[in-house]
Design a protein around this ligand. Structure first.
Ligand code: SER
Length: 626
């Protein structure tokens, strides 16, 4: 059964049993600044699990996009991924343990209604009880009845402590005991297992894979402590989609499922023979088969996650979601180099990811080009500094390994200082986690705490200069000034693509001779970055993108993601200029009073003349149209 059929069957099964099918929400939670990403199917439903009435009723189901980066280092093994989808069904004070467990069993085993799994392959765990809640005899009894009814023999219900069979999304919110369903991927444990054998097979050999978690949410937690019972007895189940696909296709890892087929084919196709990367030239040792497989899986995983993040509006940057995206892409570049892929391969791998998800997520299909270009830009941007950064990394290691370094540092000769890690980050774009990983590969460590201190010093410095927001306007409305005004919008967006989404306008001034644009950014721009910005602007001019204007109510205008001054008071209606064919696909969108040219092709050739600092954290560009 392929992954598409699994999706349909899952949702169809619960829809038939009175559940409303919810679309997946964005990976970036809308109203919850405490988390960067949705990490579980239940996350968008927290208010309803806490008692709010859901408009679609008391039975819900969905396949929710999730990102978890906590296990980043484990990606590459059989069952860890940073992006995954979670199939879930919920009861909001409606049915409880009996229906929930019976339906899970039915969907898994029924040949007519479900997936037709042999029930002898199923094992389950239940909560053993503690000071907060009693032993979950009820779930165990339901399971026993089911197994007996289907003639499934042997010991297959295990009681485990809170660590294993109690679920909550974090330190706060709804929580409760759960029962977890495991699938025997080997098919050899047909007669039951002792507790010890179960433990080895699930934790060590991964012969038993957890495929479904049914949580019985009755309690609420605050700051890690149970503070009382919820208004309703709810059910929250979650089944990892990729793991389901693995189990139902008789695979032992999910990279061998049809989800990754096209993505892996593309990675293989991108294998370089004639185009060795800088990393290979420096380190021509070929990877072992095992290392090569791990590298491929890491690339596949990281590009897949990046595509999904970008489709939900995340842009590479140095903070929050954007930083995670940057880390993933840069790590993918490093492993692509280790594997010997052609430069620019991520662009093509991203294309395969888009193909894989185009039928399922409309925003992936619609933004195919934006996604690929964003990924390619980030790869190029990193490559501009990567080889110099690798040299700097080697220099640091040599320094530390030399007698002199060892003498100075005493027992710390294997510790990269916070300052060095910060230089690698700020000048060469190495996310600190990457430096730590590279250091670890050769037996070195990084002084992470000192690195954080360096970061903080640097942020304080940039903040002190960022307060002076001033909004320059247009001096006059001559034709040439109008052109410069439109060019300023293109420049603003190009800077965000090349340097990151932290770039925001701090001022603008236009004369008949040039434009001047001040923006938040800390580092001096490299020649390559300037070149990229110019290229992006000139490409939009060459594409002859139309310049459009609409008037929208402020809420609607904000929803388009158009740039504006945060904290600024706008009227109920605002004018929005966008450069592109449609507002969704526009290259640039800004709240602005105009005027602008009708088409980008009127601008001629755009050239940056100067880039300099105005104050801490603010850079200035002067540019001309030729
Ligand atoms: N919230 C539970 C989990 O994520 C079940 O959906 O495992």
């Amino acid at each position: 059964m392929n992954s598409k059929e699994i999706r349909q069957k899952y949702l169809g099964f619960f829809e038939k049993r009175g559940h409303a099918v919810l679309p997946s929400t964005s990976l970036v939670p809308e109203n919850d600044p405490s988390v960067l990403f949705n990490t579980a199917g239940m996350q968008p439903l927290v208010p309803y699990l806490l008692g709010e009435k859901h408009p679609l009723g008391t039975r819900l189901c969905s396949i929710q996009k999730c990102v978890r980066t906590i296990d980043l280092e484990s990606v590459g093994d059989n069952t860890h991924a940073t992006f995954f989808e979670m199939m879930g069904n919920w009861s909001l004070g409606d049915y409880f343990k009996k229906e929930s467990i019976n339906w899970s069993f039915e969907l898994l085993t029924s040949k007519e209604e479900g997936f037709g799994i042999d029930p002898k392959r199923l094992y389950v765990t239940c909560f053993e009880g503690d000071k907060n809640a009693p032993k979950d005899e009820e779930s165990a009894a339901i399971w026993k009845e089911i197994f007996d009814k289907h003639g499934v023999k042997g010991n297959r219900i295990f009681f485990l402590p809170e660590k294993n069979n109690w679920w909550s999304a974090g330190d706060n919110g709804p929580c409760g005991a759960d029962t977890e369903i495991f699938y025997d991927i080997t098919g050899k444990h047909t007669e039951g297992l002792t507790h010890e054998e179960y433990w080895t097979a699930s934790e060590e050999t991964q012969e038993l894979v957890e495929i479904w978690n049914n949580v019985f949410m009755e309690f609420e937690k605050k700051d890690r402590e149970i503070i009382g019972k919820l208004a309703n007895k709810n059910v929250d189940t979650g089944a990892g989609f990729e793991r389901f696909c693995l189990a139902l296709n008789g695979k032992d890892n999910f990279y061998d499922t049809d989800i990754f087929e096209e993505i892996f084919a593309k990675i293989d196709a991108q294998h370089a023979e004639l185009n060795p990367s800088p990393a290979q030239l420096q380190n021509p040792t070929a990877l072992s088969e095992k290392e090569a497989l791990r590298a491929k899986r890491i690339i596949a995983d990281h590009v897949r996650t990046s595509v999904m993040l970008i489709s939900d509006g995340v842009i590479p940057s140095n903070t929050d979601q954007g930083y995670i995206l940057r880390r993933l892409l840069r790590r993918a570049v490093r492993f692509a180099d280790n594997l010997g892929l052609k430069k620019g391969s991520l662009f093509w791998i991203a294309d395969a990811v888009v193909n894989t998800y185009a039928d399922i997520y409309e925003n992936v299909a619609r933004q195919r080009e934006t996604i690929k270009i964003t990924i390619d830009n980030e790869e190029q941007k990193f490559r501009n500094t990567l080889s110099h950064g690798l040299k700097e990394f080697d220099r640091i290691i040599k320094k530390l390994s030399s007698a002199e370094g060892a003498e100075n540092k005493n027992s710390n000769e294997h510790l990269i200082s916070g300052k060095d890690a910060f230089v690698l980050f700020s000048t060469y774009g190495f996310p600190v986690e990457m430096t730590i990983e590279m250091a670890g590969e050769i037996g070195f460590k990084v002084d992470k705490e000192a690195f954080e201190e360096e970061m903080k010093k640097h942020q304080d410095l940039s903040r002190s200069g960022a307060g002076q927001k001033f909004k320059g306007g247009m001096g006059d409305t001559s034709d040439i000034s109008i052109k410069y005004h439109t060019a300023t919008h293109l420049l603003h967006q190009a800077l965000r693509e090349v340097l990151g989404a932290h770039v925001s306008q701090k001022g603008s001034n236009i004369t008949a001779e040039r434009l001047r644009f001040d923006f938040a950014h800390t580092a001096k721009m490299t020649d390559e970055e300037k070149q990229q910005v110019e290229d992006i602007v000139n490409k939009r001019i060459a594409d002859a993108l139309p310049v459009n204007v609409v008037e929208l109510p402020i809420e609607e205008a904000e929803k388009t993601g158009a740039l504006h001054f945060f904290g600024e008071k706008y009227g109920d209606k605002v004018t929005l200029y966008y450069i592109g064919n449609t507002i969704e696909e526009a290259f640039s969108k800004e709240f602005c009073g105009g005027p602008h040219v009708k088409n980008a092709s009127e601008l001629g050739h755009f050239k940056i003349q100067k880039e300099e600092a105005v104050s801490a954290g603010v850079r200035r560009i002067k540019a001309v149209l030729e």
